[in-house]
Structures are given as structure tokens and as C-alpha cells.
Design a protein around this ligand. Structure first.
Ligand code: ADP
Length: 259
């Protein structure tokens, strides 16, 4: 269609620009990647056209978590085409851009370009992209906020005071950049004994909910510390695909994030 032609205008208007939802934490190891995977899976289970970008240059784990390690994305012209992982989640990962087993040591501009390649890909009908952010507040976070403008951020923390202090810094970072905080998720809250089912609290419980109240941000829910989450995740089977209490918990959090 010629420029200005009605068909062309219609085509442009119909191109879906996906909304980016950043999943962030103050520090590593609190379950940010696990939550990102399971949010995307739960959103798809609920019928939403969700996808995922793994922007964690320090430890891109989504290819493993989504059960398709070692698969390189296809390209369409200059754009990448997302790989489809567990639960039908289309995703692109920093790990797919680096050589296997290699540490990613990109400086600011290169990391920013890599992020743009993942975000400005052929996302088709995907409407919501969950972005697994690197921990902390570095170059990728800045370029995400300045260039790609997420509609909101979900912050993950364990219930410990120290993790919560780091989470508070992450919250302040997004708030300064005027990215709305969708809410706080407490992960590894309450250890479920795999033998007797008894629940104990190695990291305490409820710390994140209290912190959310103090900070005036929504509390989205908690995920227990459960060995089955780690084993299933390691095998590339996201627990959000199951119908048990853990699948339900992820589903409820995803419902709040998507609304
Ligand atoms: P992050 O992205 O914050 O670095 P990950 O999602 O990679 O954290 O989680 C770190 C480790 O903890 C992984 O081995 C993961 O399987 C495990 N893990 C995360 N959440 C839970 C949980 N609720 N119960 C048990 N293991 C968990």
C-alpha cells in the first residue's frame, strides 16, 4: 500500500505493541527468574498472550527454566523471532545471544543494544512481555526504563530484612524513573518439609507483606520455599503448569499482575 493509503494506516494501527512488565529484585538468588517464568506461564494458562524477555545478563536462566536450552532464535530480516518454551511461552534470552557457557561481559551500549534486539523482535500477537531483569540497578535497568518504558514493575524479595532493604532500593529506582510499582511478591516464605508437609520459616514469613504496607505498595502474594519448585524448574517444567497449591499461588499472583 502507498503511504497515506487507508490500508497502510490500518496495518500500522493494528500492529500490537506489547506491554512490558519488569520483574526485578534488589539482589540475586531471591527467585526473580523463577517468578518471571511462572508469571508468563500462568498468564498464558489464563488465556493471555504473554511472552518473556530474559534480560538477566549475569545469569540468563530462562532457556533452562522454559525447557529449551541450547536453542538459537530464528531471524526474520533483521529481527529475532522468539523461541517457544514450556507452556507455549514465546521468549528471547540474553543467553541465546552469547556463546554457550560464556560469561556475558558487555559494556553499557552493547548491553543496551542486546536488550533492544530482544524487545524489538517479531512478537506477533504477544500483548504482555514479562521481563526478567538483572538484579540491582545497572546499565540494562537504565536502558530498559529510558528506552523501553515498562508499564510497571513487580518486585521480588525473600522475607529477610537484608533482602527487603535491597528490594526497597529497587522500588525507589523504579519510582524515581516514574515506572509504577505493580507490587511486591514474597518468595521462599515458609519451608514445606517434603517428608511430613510441616511448614517452618527459615527466612521468617510476612516480612515482605509488612514492608509493602509500610511502603504503600500492593502485596501480590507469597510463594513457599518448596524443593519441588527447584527440581521442577531445573527440569524445565515450570510449576505454574501444575494444578497443585503452588500452581494456584502463581496463578493468583499472575492474575493480579495482569489486571
Ligand atoms: P534469581 O533470578 O533471583 O537469581 P532464581 O529464580 O534463579 O533467582 O532462583 C534461585 C534458586 O532458588 C534456583 O535454584 C531456584 O530454583 C530456587 N528457587 C527459587 N524460588 C524457590 C522457591 N520458592 N522454593 C524453592 N526453590 C526456589
Amino acid at each position: 500500500a502507498a503511504p497515506g493509503c487507508a490500508i497502510r494506516i490500518l496495518q500500522t494501527a493494528e500492529r500490537i505493541v506489547p506491554r512490558l512488565i519488569a520483574v526485578a529484585s534488589g539482589k540475586g538468588g531471591v527467585g526473580k527468574s523463577t517468578l518471571s517464568t511462572n508469571l508468563a506461564v500462568a498468564m498464558r494458562r489464563a488465556g493471555r498472550a504473554a511472552g518473556l524477555v530474559d534480560a538477566d545478563i549475569y545469569g540468563p536462566s530462562q532457556p533452562r527454566l522454559l525447557g529449551v536450552e541450547g536453542v538459537k532464535p530464528e531471524a526474520e530480516g533483521k529481527k529475532l523471532v522468539p523461541t517457544v518454551g514450556a507452556g507455549g511461552v514465546p521468549f528471547l534470552s540474553m543467553g541465546q545471544l552469547a556463546a554457550p557457557g560464556q560469561a556475558i561481559a558487555w559494556r553499557g551500549p552493547m548491553a543496551g543494544q542486546a536488550l533492544s534486539q530482544l524487545v524489538d523482535a517479531v512478537w506477533g500477537d504477544v500483548r504482555d512481555i514479562v521481563v526478567d531483569m538483572p538484579p540491582g540497578t545497572g546499565d540494562i535497568q537504565l536502558s530498559m526504563i529510558q528506552k523501553h518504558k515498562p508499564v510497571g514493575a513487580v518486585i521480588v524479595s525473600t522475607p529477610q530484612d537484608l533482602a527487603l532493604m535491597d528490594a526497597t532500593r529497587a522500588i525507589a529506582f523504579f519510582e524515581t524513573a516514574k515506572v509504577p510499582i505493580i507490587g511486591l511478591v514474597e518468595n521462599m516464605a515458609g519451608y514445606v518439609c517434603p517428608h511430613c508437609g510441616e511448614v517452618s520459616d527459615p527466612f521468617g514469613i510476612g516480612g515482605a507483606e509488612a514492608a509493602a504496607r509500610e511502603l504503600g505498595i500492593p502485596f501480590l502474594g507469597r510463594i513457599p520455599l518448596d524443593i519441588s519448585i527447584r527440581t521442577a524448574s531445573d527440569e524445565g517444567v515450570p510449576p505454574a503448569l501444575t494444578d497443585g497449591p503452588i500452581g494456584l499461588a502463581f496463578g493468583q499472583i499472575a492474575g493480579k499482575v495482569a489486571s
